[in-house]
Design a protein around this ligand. Structure first.
Ligand code: SF4
Length: 315
């Protein structure tokens, strides 16, 4: 269970790839090098390339230590923005590894991997999942809306160099959008770059949760499956979220749920599986949060309802 003052650690949340993932958030809400049109957290409020100790590593580690009893499958450094903007991410990963054997994953947009220090700082992670959402510069700017100092060429260079140096698992995530990149000619360009990067796996995704911009349309799952055949070897489509039933019941307080849906819009079953509470209990708690004005329901392109925290920034 999360202590009431938890600021940096959330979940565990159910993840399509990582099982029950305990999230570690090391940059303030929407501090990112990108402002992606599909971002599930809304528009970027602090678009920057400045690396610094955005939050104290000591406090993150203390909080994490108190949450290890939740038995997550992964500890995932991600959250409210781009985690490699934190200058102490390498120290954080080392310290996590010194207190637990639970594998450490980092989800990154890859924009700072051109920087040797950033690549070195991720060296001790078990798994790194960088993103590549476009096969050419024009669409990269339309979809990811990067900080002016981030270039498409620098992104590709960093993705390739990191693969050459990193000894852990490297999964490349490609998020395709209908009308932009879920097109054969665009996917061929992305697949060509992926073959140069040579990740351990390629995952095809789409904008499942409510996006920052209404014009970021999700791609149809069948279309994604067809397009996955353009990659060699074939890639995996991860766009449909399957959640497992709770293994055991536990209590979850309102603040714990709010912290979770602030970082990622969740369905009722996401909350139930992530926090190991019965779906009926999750429904009751989520509805109460909606009535209290602390959460709202948004319908996504896949016609599922997602619960989203109303107040913007974590307390
Ligand atoms: S999707 Fe990720 S990389 Fe894009 S704006 Fe949101 S947090 Fe940043």
């Amino acid at each position: 269970m999360r202590s009431p003052g938890s600021k940096y650690v959330f979940g565990p949340v159910p993840s399509r790839r990582l099982g029950r993932s305990l999230g570690v958030d090391i940059v303030p809400f929407k501090t990112c090098t990108f402002d992606c049109i599909y971002c599930q957290l809304g528009r970027t409020t602090e678009r920057t390339v400045e690396r610094k100790e955005w939050v104290p590593v000591d406090k993150v580690v203390d909080e994490l230590r108190s949450k290890l009893g939740s038995e997550p499958d992964y500890i995932t450094v991600s959250g409210s923005g781009e985690p490699t903007l934190h200058s102490g991410i390498g120290e954080l990963i080392d310290r996590i590894r010194s207190i637990t054997d639970i594998p450490v994953a980092v989800l990154t947009n890859g924009s700072l991997l051109w920087n040797e220090d950033v690549r070195a700082s991720l060296g001790q992670a078990h798994l790194v999942v960088p993103s590549l959402d476009a096969g050419e510069k024009g669409l990269f700017h339309v979809i990811n809306r990067p900080h002016p100092d981030v270039t498409f060429e620098g992104l590709l260079d960093g993705l390739i160099r990191f693969r050459q140096e990193f000894r852990g698992e490297y999964w490349l995530e490609v998020l395709l959008l209908a009308g932009y990149t879920a097109l054969e000619k665009e996917v061929r360009k992305i697949a060509d770059i992926a073959s140069r990067i040579q990740p351990d796996r390629v995952h095809l995704n789409t904008s499942v949760r409510p996006p920052a911009e209404e014009f970021a349309f999700p791609a149809d799952r069948r279309r994604l499956v067809e397009l996955s055949g353009l990659f060699s070897p074939c890639t995996e489509v991860i766009a449909d979220s399957r959640v497992t039933c709770p293994r055991q019941e536990s209590e979850a307080d309102d603040l714990e749920i709010v912290q979770m849906i602030r970082r990622r819009p969740c369905t009722l079953l996401d909350v139930s599986a992530g926090l190991r509470i019965h779906p009926a209990q999750a429904a009751k708690k989520l509805n109460a949060l909606v009535h209290k004005g602390r959460a709202e329901v948004r319908r996504a392109g896949n016609r599922q309802n997602y619960y989203v925290a109303i107040s913007g920034k974590p307390k």
